[in-house]
Design a protein around this ligand. Sequence first.
Ligand code: PEP
Length: 246
Amino acid sequence: MRRSLVVGNWKMNGSEAFVEKLLADLIGGLSEQQAEIAVCPGYVHIAQATSLCAGTPVVVGGQDCSHVQSGAYTGEVAAAMLCDLGCQWVILGHSERRQYHGELSALIGAKLAAAVEAGLRPILCVGETREQRENGDAETIVASQLRGALLEQANLSGLVVAYEPVWAIGTGLTASPEQAQEMHAFIRSCLEEIPGVDAGATRLLYGGSVKGANAAELFFQPDIDGALVGGAALDATEFLAIINAA
Ligand code: PEP
Protein backbone atom coordinates (compact mmCIF):
# COMPACT_ATOMS: atom_id res chain seq x y z
CA MET A 1 0.00 0.00 0.00
CA ARG A 2 1.51 3.30 -1.09
CA ARG A 3 0.69 6.27 1.12
CA SER A 4 -0.55 9.31 -0.80
CA LEU A 5 1.81 12.24 -1.01
CA VAL A 6 0.89 15.83 -1.87
CA VAL A 7 3.75 18.26 -2.47
CA GLY A 8 3.41 22.01 -3.01
CA ASN A 9 6.02 23.63 -5.23
CA TRP A 10 5.87 27.32 -4.42
CA LYS A 11 8.44 28.19 -7.11
CA MET A 12 9.76 31.79 -6.90
CA ASN A 13 6.80 33.16 -5.00
CA GLY A 14 6.10 34.57 -1.59
CA SER A 15 7.44 36.83 1.12
CA GLU A 16 7.84 36.23 4.85
CA ALA A 17 4.34 37.61 5.45
CA PHE A 18 2.89 35.44 2.67
CA VAL A 19 4.60 32.28 3.99
CA GLU A 20 3.36 32.96 7.51
CA LYS A 21 -0.25 33.37 6.39
CA LEU A 22 -0.24 30.50 3.90
CA LEU A 23 1.18 28.04 6.42
CA ALA A 24 -1.13 29.24 9.20
CA ASP A 25 -4.15 28.76 6.92
CA LEU A 26 -2.88 25.40 5.66
CA ILE A 27 -1.97 23.95 9.05
CA GLY A 28 -5.10 25.39 10.64
CA GLY A 29 -7.26 23.77 7.95
CA LEU A 30 -5.86 20.24 8.21
CA SER A 31 -8.19 17.57 9.48
CA GLU A 32 -7.70 13.83 9.79
CA GLN A 33 -5.99 13.59 6.40
CA GLN A 34 -4.21 10.38 5.50
CA ALA A 35 -1.84 11.88 2.97
CA GLU A 36 1.75 12.86 3.60
CA ILE A 37 2.19 16.59 2.92
CA ALA A 38 5.23 18.64 1.94
CA VAL A 39 5.77 22.23 0.86
CA CYS A 40 8.78 23.47 -1.10
CA PRO A 41 9.36 27.21 -0.61
CA GLY A 42 12.11 29.32 -2.15
CA TYR A 43 15.46 28.84 -0.40
CA VAL A 44 15.22 32.02 1.67
CA HIS A 45 11.89 30.95 3.19
CA ILE A 46 12.85 27.38 4.07
CA ALA A 47 14.05 28.09 7.62
CA GLN A 48 10.87 30.06 8.34
CA ALA A 49 8.72 27.29 6.88
CA THR A 50 10.42 24.48 8.83
CA SER A 51 10.01 26.46 12.02
CA LEU A 52 6.29 27.11 11.33
CA CYS A 53 5.71 23.44 10.34
CA ALA A 54 7.51 21.94 13.36
CA GLY A 55 5.19 19.56 15.20
CA THR A 56 2.62 19.55 12.37
CA PRO A 57 1.98 16.96 9.63
CA VAL A 58 3.56 19.28 7.04
CA VAL A 59 7.22 18.81 6.16
CA VAL A 60 9.45 20.97 3.99
CA GLY A 61 11.54 20.38 0.88
CA GLY A 62 13.78 22.27 -1.50
CA GLN A 63 13.05 22.99 -5.16
CA ASP A 64 16.54 22.00 -6.34
CA CYS A 65 20.03 21.34 -4.97
CA SER A 66 23.60 21.28 -6.18
CA HIS A 67 25.22 18.25 -7.76
CA VAL A 68 28.26 18.60 -5.48
CA GLN A 69 28.61 18.62 -1.71
CA SER A 70 30.57 21.85 -1.23
CA GLY A 71 33.13 24.13 -2.81
CA ALA A 72 33.51 27.00 -5.23
CA TYR A 73 30.05 26.95 -6.79
CA THR A 74 28.76 30.48 -6.40
CA GLY A 75 25.01 30.67 -6.01
CA GLU A 76 24.52 26.95 -5.49
CA VAL A 77 22.89 25.33 -2.45
CA ALA A 78 24.13 21.92 -1.29
CA ALA A 79 21.79 19.12 -0.32
CA ALA A 80 23.36 19.05 3.16
CA MET A 81 22.48 22.74 3.56
CA LEU A 82 18.84 21.89 2.87
CA CYS A 83 19.09 19.19 5.54
CA ASP A 84 20.55 21.76 7.94
CA LEU A 85 17.41 23.84 7.45
CA GLY A 86 15.18 20.87 8.20
CA CYS A 87 14.26 19.81 4.66
CA GLN A 88 13.23 16.22 4.08
CA TRP A 89 12.55 16.36 0.34
CA VAL A 90 14.02 17.92 -2.76
CA ILE A 91 12.45 18.37 -6.21
CA LEU A 92 14.91 17.57 -9.02
CA GLY A 93 14.71 17.87 -12.78
CA HIS A 94 11.65 20.13 -12.80
CA SER A 95 10.83 21.13 -16.37
CA GLU A 96 11.54 24.78 -15.53
CA ARG A 97 15.09 23.76 -14.48
CA ARG A 98 15.44 21.74 -17.69
CA GLN A 99 14.03 24.59 -19.81
CA TYR A 100 15.56 27.72 -18.27
CA HIS A 101 18.78 26.30 -16.86
CA GLY A 102 19.58 23.71 -19.50
CA GLU A 103 19.60 20.84 -17.03
CA LEU A 104 20.18 17.48 -18.68
CA SER A 105 19.81 14.00 -17.27
CA ALA A 106 23.49 13.56 -16.32
CA LEU A 107 23.40 16.66 -14.12
CA ILE A 108 20.02 15.73 -12.68
CA GLY A 109 21.35 12.26 -11.87
CA ALA A 110 24.35 13.81 -10.09
CA LYS A 111 22.02 16.07 -8.10
CA LEU A 112 19.93 13.05 -7.19
CA ALA A 113 22.99 11.16 -5.95
CA ALA A 114 24.07 14.18 -3.87
CA ALA A 115 20.57 14.54 -2.43
CA VAL A 116 20.24 10.90 -1.39
CA GLU A 117 23.76 10.92 0.03
CA ALA A 118 22.80 13.89 2.23
CA GLY A 119 19.66 12.12 3.43
CA LEU A 120 17.03 13.93 1.34
CA ARG A 121 14.22 12.07 -0.44
CA PRO A 122 14.29 13.04 -4.13
CA ILE A 123 11.24 13.85 -6.24
CA LEU A 124 12.42 13.32 -9.82
CA CYS A 125 10.28 15.20 -12.36
CA VAL A 126 9.82 13.85 -15.87
CA GLY A 127 7.48 14.82 -18.67
CA GLU A 128 7.15 15.55 -22.34
CA THR A 129 6.39 18.78 -24.19
CA ARG A 130 3.25 19.22 -26.26
CA GLU A 131 5.24 18.83 -29.47
CA GLN A 132 6.80 15.60 -28.24
CA ARG A 133 3.37 14.22 -27.33
CA GLU A 134 1.91 15.23 -30.68
CA ASN A 135 4.80 13.50 -32.44
CA GLY A 136 4.09 10.30 -30.52
CA ASP A 137 7.36 10.58 -28.58
CA ALA A 138 6.00 11.03 -25.04
CA GLU A 139 6.97 7.57 -23.77
CA THR A 140 10.41 7.65 -25.39
CA ILE A 141 11.18 11.00 -23.78
CA VAL A 142 9.94 10.00 -20.35
CA ALA A 143 11.81 6.68 -20.47
CA SER A 144 15.02 8.44 -21.42
CA GLN A 145 14.61 11.02 -18.62
CA LEU A 146 14.08 8.20 -16.12
CA ARG A 147 16.99 6.08 -17.31
CA GLY A 148 19.30 9.08 -17.67
CA ALA A 149 18.83 10.11 -14.05
CA LEU A 150 18.31 6.76 -12.35
CA LEU A 151 20.54 4.17 -13.98
CA GLU A 152 23.82 3.53 -12.17
CA GLN A 153 22.71 5.20 -8.94
CA ALA A 154 24.22 3.57 -5.87
CA ASN A 155 21.23 4.38 -3.66
CA LEU A 156 17.68 5.31 -4.64
CA SER A 157 16.06 5.14 -1.24
CA GLY A 158 13.02 7.32 -0.81
CA LEU A 159 12.69 7.96 -4.54
CA VAL A 160 9.45 9.54 -5.76
CA VAL A 161 8.80 10.22 -9.46
CA ALA A 162 6.55 13.08 -10.58
CA TYR A 163 5.04 12.88 -14.06
CA GLU A 164 4.54 16.46 -15.17
CA PRO A 165 3.60 16.87 -18.82
CA VAL A 166 5.16 20.22 -19.71
CA TRP A 167 2.06 21.24 -21.66
CA ALA A 168 -0.01 20.97 -18.47
CA ILE A 169 2.22 22.98 -16.13
CA GLY A 170 0.74 26.34 -15.23
CA THR A 171 -1.44 26.28 -18.34
CA GLY A 172 -4.77 25.24 -16.87
CA LEU A 173 -4.63 22.16 -19.14
CA THR A 174 -4.58 18.89 -17.23
CA ALA A 175 -3.84 15.46 -18.62
CA SER A 176 -7.05 13.46 -18.52
CA PRO A 177 -7.09 10.87 -15.73
CA GLU A 178 -6.76 8.18 -18.44
CA GLN A 179 -3.78 9.91 -20.10
CA ALA A 180 -2.09 10.36 -16.73
CA GLN A 181 -2.77 6.76 -15.66
CA GLU A 182 -1.42 5.43 -18.94
CA MET A 183 1.86 7.29 -18.47
CA HIS A 184 2.10 6.41 -14.78
CA ALA A 185 1.70 2.72 -15.61
CA PHE A 186 4.41 3.13 -18.25
CA ILE A 187 6.71 4.86 -15.73
CA ARG A 188 6.17 2.02 -13.26
CA SER A 189 7.09 -0.49 -15.95
CA CYS A 190 10.29 1.49 -16.70
CA LEU A 191 11.16 1.55 -13.00
CA GLU A 192 11.00 -2.25 -12.94
CA GLU A 193 14.09 -2.22 -15.12
CA ILE A 194 16.08 0.16 -12.90
CA PRO A 195 18.33 -1.68 -10.42
CA GLY A 196 17.75 -0.65 -6.82
CA VAL A 197 14.15 0.49 -7.35
CA ASP A 198 11.12 -1.30 -5.94
CA ALA A 199 8.74 -0.23 -8.71
CA GLY A 200 5.62 -1.45 -6.93
CA ALA A 201 6.43 0.53 -3.79
CA THR A 202 7.59 3.74 -5.52
CA ARG A 203 5.16 6.63 -5.32
CA LEU A 204 4.30 8.32 -8.60
CA LEU A 205 2.90 11.84 -8.42
CA TYR A 206 1.00 13.62 -11.16
CA GLY A 207 1.70 17.32 -11.71
CA GLY A 208 0.17 19.82 -14.11
CA SER A 209 -2.65 22.21 -13.16
CA VAL A 210 -3.94 20.01 -10.33
CA LYS A 211 -6.72 21.77 -8.41
CA GLY A 212 -9.31 20.86 -5.85
CA ALA A 213 -11.81 20.29 -8.65
CA ASN A 214 -9.79 17.71 -10.63
CA ALA A 215 -7.71 16.04 -7.90
CA ALA A 216 -10.12 13.26 -6.92
CA GLU A 217 -10.48 11.81 -10.42
CA LEU A 218 -6.71 11.80 -10.84
CA PHE A 219 -6.10 10.16 -7.45
CA PHE A 220 -8.70 7.53 -8.27
CA GLN A 221 -6.31 6.07 -10.88
CA PRO A 222 -4.42 3.03 -9.61
CA ASP A 223 -0.89 4.29 -10.42
CA ILE A 224 -1.36 7.90 -9.29
CA ASP A 225 -0.16 8.17 -5.70
CA GLY A 226 -0.47 11.90 -5.16
CA ALA A 227 0.35 15.23 -6.75
CA LEU A 228 3.06 17.79 -7.25
CA VAL A 229 1.17 21.06 -7.17
CA GLY A 230 2.33 24.47 -8.41
CA GLY A 231 -0.16 27.33 -8.63
CA ALA A 232 -2.84 25.76 -6.44
CA ALA A 233 -0.32 25.23 -3.63
CA LEU A 234 -0.18 29.01 -3.15
CA ASP A 235 -3.83 29.02 -2.09
CA ALA A 236 -4.49 27.24 1.21
CA THR A 237 -8.13 26.44 0.36
CA GLU A 238 -7.21 24.84 -2.98
CA PHE A 239 -4.24 22.97 -1.53
CA LEU A 240 -6.38 21.66 1.33
CA ALA A 241 -9.00 20.46 -1.15
CA ILE A 242 -6.29 18.51 -3.01
CA ILE A 243 -4.97 17.06 0.27
CA ASN A 244 -8.47 16.01 1.27
CA ALA A 245 -8.96 14.30 -2.11
CA ALA A 246 -5.75 12.29 -1.70
C1 PEP B 1 4.67 22.40 -11.21
O1 PEP B 1 5.27 23.37 -11.64
O2 PEP B 1 5.28 21.49 -10.63
C2 PEP B 1 3.24 22.38 -11.42
C3 PEP B 1 2.64 21.22 -11.41
O3 PEP B 1 2.61 23.58 -11.62
P1 PEP B 1 1.03 23.83 -11.80
O4 PEP B 1 0.33 23.02 -10.75
O5 PEP B 1 0.86 25.30 -11.59
O6 PEP B 1 0.67 23.39 -13.17
